[in-house]
Design a protein. Structure first.
Length: 263
């Protein structure tokens, strides 16, 4: 069996930056075991598998090297980029995933790809898990939580960049991950994302968590449109817009590889 594969740098305009995602377009679903094996072999933050159903909706599933993931923004962005590039669809796609329902994705004239996510605004934590307190080398000024992760709000951008995670302690917080964030200097806000329980040490750029970060910072900064930097070694830029129940997260992509998998 031969499967076409693309590897795309998401949330960037430059190769070797942003977050890599593998995209495999399928005619029908493979077994979970085979999809996981392919994702583990790729060893990227996520591999997305996509099947277009009879209604023209693109069903999508995401796998890290170690498990299936409920919600992944950068691999959705990369999948849309591949579909748009192949001219399968011109400017609008509807993806569907069990955990988030329909995700409408549109391509702007300048190449920016805009995803409509459900609002996942975090709430303030009353009781702070000890492994969260002891899992970061710098103490935050606030702790929050949503369906995906714990949020550690730092005093400034420098602390976000300097914080060192204790991965063994953060791993015990699974299935939730940990995002650290602060107001930015050149961007509205910055973040980093640690996910030892679900995928690896640090995710380079995490589109999905901005469904929580954007509404939080929108209220703090009193503005509905924000530009965010995920300050990993690869770094990535995300354009966010908050509209009630919908969070728009947008970015650019660059193609890195087109090839084939032989099973």
């Amino acid at each position: 069996m031969k499967l076409n594969i693309n590897i795309v740098d998401a949330f960037t305009t430059k190769q070797f930056c942003g977050n890599q995602a593998a995209v495999v377009l399928l005619e029908s679903w493979l077994s979970i075991e085979l999809m996981q094996s392919i994702a583990s072999e790729n060893n990227l933050s996520e591999t997305a598998f996509v099947v277009c159903n009879s209604s023209g909706v693109f069903e999508i599933r995401w796998f890290s090297p170690i498990k299936e993931i409920d919600f992944c923004g950068h691999a959705t962005l990369a999948s849309a980029f591949v579909i748009f590039s192949a001219r399968v669809v011109s400017s609008e796609i509807t993806f569907w995933a069990k955990a988030v329902g329909n995700v409408v994705v549109k391509k702007e004239e300048n190449g920016l790809i805009k995803m409509a996510f459900p609002n996942r605004e975090p709430v303030e934590l009353i009781e702070i898990p000890e492994n969260l307190k002891g899992g970061l080398s710098i103490s935050p000024i606030a702790y929050l939580k949503n369906q995906q992760a714990y949020f550690a709000v730092m005093e400034n951008e420098e602390q976000v960049k300097l914080v060192v995670p204790n991965l063994e302690r953060l791993k015990l917080l699974g299935p939730l991950d940990v995002v650290v964030t602060a107001r930015g200097k050149d961007f509205d806000f910055v973040s980093r994302y640690f996910w030892p329980a679900n995928g690896g040490i640090e995710d380079p750029v995490t589109g999905s968590i901005h469904a929580g970060l954007a509404p939080y910072w929108s209220k703090i900064l009193n503005k509905p449109e924000l530009v965010a930097l995920q300050a990993s070694n690869r770094s990535g830029v995300l354009y966010c817009k908050v509209e009630n129940t919908t969070i728009f997260v947008s970015g650019f992509c660059v193609n890195y590889l087109e090839g084939a998998i032989y099973i």
